[in-house]
Design a binder for this molecule. Structure first.
Ligand SMILES: C[S@@+](CC[C@H](N)C(=O)[O-])C[C@H]1O[C@@H](n2cnc3c(N)ncnc32)[C@H](O)[C@@H]1O
Length: 420
C-alpha cells in the first residue's frame, strides 16, 4: 500500500468548497475554521451550526442544490459531503480527472486527499494519517503518541493543561450567572461542546479559533443523542485538546453530567467539574419566588417531569412546601391532574418562569387548576420552571416587573421584567 504524502497547507484567503450541509459537511467546515480559508458551502438544507457560522460571517452559504457548474468555481480544496453517495462519487471522479484536490464524505466516494487526525500544541500541529485512511485508527494512534510523549516527560500538547475535559455549568439564562472558574475554563478551551440553553454571550468568551460544537437538545426540535455527546467528549479529550463541556445551569442537576463523567472515566480520559448556578435558585429567586422563609416553610422539593410516570408525579404531590418542576411545561395537564388527584387544592398558587434571566423572560402567577390553560402553547413557555405552592414576593412584584394583558385566564397574571 502506498504511504500518504503529508503536506501542510496555508489556506489563508484560499477558496475551499464544501458541498453538503449536514453533519459531515459541518464537521469539515469546523475543521477548516482556524485555517483562514474562504469557505463556501453549497446545500439546499443547512445544519443550525452552519447557519450560525454564516450569520457570524465565517462561511458563505449558497442555499440551493448542487449544480455541476459549481465545479468551475475556484477552489483549492473541495469536500463532497452530501448525503447522496452517488453524487459525492461523481464529484470526486470529475475533480480527480481535472487534477484537483477533492475529498469524498466516505471512503467509497473516493478522494485524493484526506484530513489527518490532529492535535494542537503551542504554535504547532501534530498530525497522524494511516495508510488506509482510517480516521478512527489515526485518532487512536495520535492519542497514544501524545500519551507516550507525556509519560516520558516530553513536551506534551497537554503541558499545564490538566485535566482534559471540564464540565462547566453555565448558569441559567442570564450570562452574569457564569462563575469565575467557568469563565476561565471557557477562555482557555480548544473545544467547547455546548447546549442550546447556554447564552450566546457566554460563547463569545471563547478564544478566536476555539472550536464550538453545538449539541443542544430541544424538547421540540433536533436531538443529539447522549451517546453521541459522550463520544464527542471522549474523542476530543483523547486528542489532548482542552475541552469544555458547557451545560446550562449546573451539570449535575438534570444535566446528564453523570453519564458524561462515567463515559470519560470508562475511556480513561481525565475530567473535572466547575459547578454552575442551577435554575432552581438562579431563575426562581431572580423572578421573585423565594423558596424558603423562616417561619413559613422548612424546605422545598425539586423534580423533573421529563420522563416521570404519572403515578410518580402523583406521589410528589404529597410533599409539603413548594415544589419546583423542571421540564414540565409540555406536561402541564398531567401535572395538574395528578397533583389534584394526589390531594393538592386546584386553587393552590403556581408560578411559572419561562426563559428566566433572559430578555424575553415571562413570569406567570396562576393556580394549579388553570395551569394547563396557561401552558396550552408549551413552546411559548420553554424553557420554563413551574413552582407549585409558591407566590412571588410582594416586595419584588412592586418594583421589578410589569403586568401584561397576556393569558386572559381567571386568577392568572403574566409579567415581564423591567429592563432599566
Ligand atoms: C435539561 S434541564 C437542565 C437544568 C440545568 N442543568 C439547571 O441546573 O438549571 C432543562 C430545564 O431546566 C429549566 N430551565 C433551564 N433554564 C431555564 C431558564 N432560563 N428559565 C426557566 N427554566 C429554565 C427548565 O425546566 C428546563 O426544561
Amino acid at each position: 500500500m502506498r504511504q500518504p504524502y503529508l503536506i501542510s497547507l496555508d489556506l489563508t484567503d484560499q477558496p475551499v468548497l464544501v458541498i453538503g450541509g449536514g453533519r459531515i459537511a459541518t464537521r469539515k467546515v469546523e475543521g477548516l475554521l482556524d485555517s483562514g480559508a474562504r469557505i463556501t458551502v453549497i446545500a439546499p438544507e443547512l445544519s443550525p451550526r452552519l447557519r450560525e457560522l454564516a450569520a457570524l460571517g465565517r462561511v458563505e452559504l449558497i442555499p440551493r442544490a448542487f449544480d455541476i457548474l459549481d465545479l468551475s468555481r475556484p477552489a483549492l480544496l473541495t469536500f463532497a459531503a452530501t448525503n447522496d453517495h452517488d453524487l459525492n462519487w461523481a464529484i470526486v471522479q470529475q475533480l480527480r480527472r481535472d487534477g484537483r484536490l477533492v475529498n469524498g464524505a466516505d471512503a467509497e466516494s473516493g478522494r485524493n486527499f484526506s484530513t489527518p487526525a490532529t492535535a494542537r500544541t503551542e504554535n504547532a500541529t501534530l498530525a497522524v494519517a494511516t495508510d488506509e485512511g482510517d480516521p478512527v485508527r489515526a485518532k487512536g494512534l495520535l492519542a497514544r503518541a501524545i500519551e507516550l510523549r507525556t509519560s516520558r516527560g516530553g513536551d506534551s500538547p497537554l503541558r499545564g493543561q490538566s485535566p482534559l475535559v471540564t464540565l462547566v455549568g453555565a448558569g441559567p439564562g442570564n450570562p452574569d450567572l457564569l462563575t469565575v472558574g467557568g469563565k476561565r475554563e471557557i477562555e482557555l478551551a480548544d473545544v467547547i461542546v455546548h447546549d442550546n440553553l447556554v447564552h450566546p454571550d457566554i460563547l463569545k468568551l471563547a478564544r478566536p479559533g476555539a472550536e464550538l460544537i453545538a449539541v443542544g437538545k430541544h424538547p421540540f426540535g433536533e436531538q443529539v443523542a447522549q451517546e453521541t455527546i459522550n463520544s464527542i467528549l471522549v474523542r476530543e479529550g483523547s486528542l489532548g485538546k482542552r475541552v469544555v463541556r458547557l451545560k446550562g445551569g449546573d451539570p449535575f442537576i438534570f444535566g446528564r453530567g453523570t453519564e458524561e463523567i462515567e463515559a470519560l472515566h470508562a475511556a480513561g480520559v481525565k475530567w473535572r467539574v466547575v459547578p454552575g448556578v442551577s435554575s432552581i435558585n438562579g431563575v426562581s429567586g431572580a423572578a421573585g419566588v423565594t423558596l424558603t422563609k423562616r417561619g413559613r416553610n422548612h424546605g422545598f422539593a425539586v423534580f423533573s417531569a421529563a420522563t416521570t410516570p404519572a403515578e410518580e408525579i402523583r406521589r410528589w404531590a404529597r410533599i409539603e412546601g413548594p415544589l419546583a418542576i423542571f421540564m414540565g411545561v409540555h406536561k402541564a395537564a398531567i401535572i395538574a391532574r395528578e397533583f389534584i388527584a394526589g390531594g393538592r387544592d386546584g386553587n393552590e398558587p403556581v408560578v411559572v418562569v419561562a426563559r428566566g434571566g433572559t430578555d424575553t423572560e415571562r413570569v406567570a402567577e396562576t393556580t394549579l387548576a388553570e395551569l394547563p390553560k396557561l401552558l396550552a402553547q408549551p413552546e411559548e413557555w420553554t424553557p420554563g420552571l413551574i413552582i407549585v405552592g409558591a407566590t412571588r414576593e410582594a416586595a419584588f412584584r412592586a418594583t421589578a416587573t410589569s403586568k401584561t394583558d397576556a393569558a386572559p385566564i381567571p386568577g392568572t397574571h403574566v409579567f415581564t421584567r423591567n429592563h432599566s
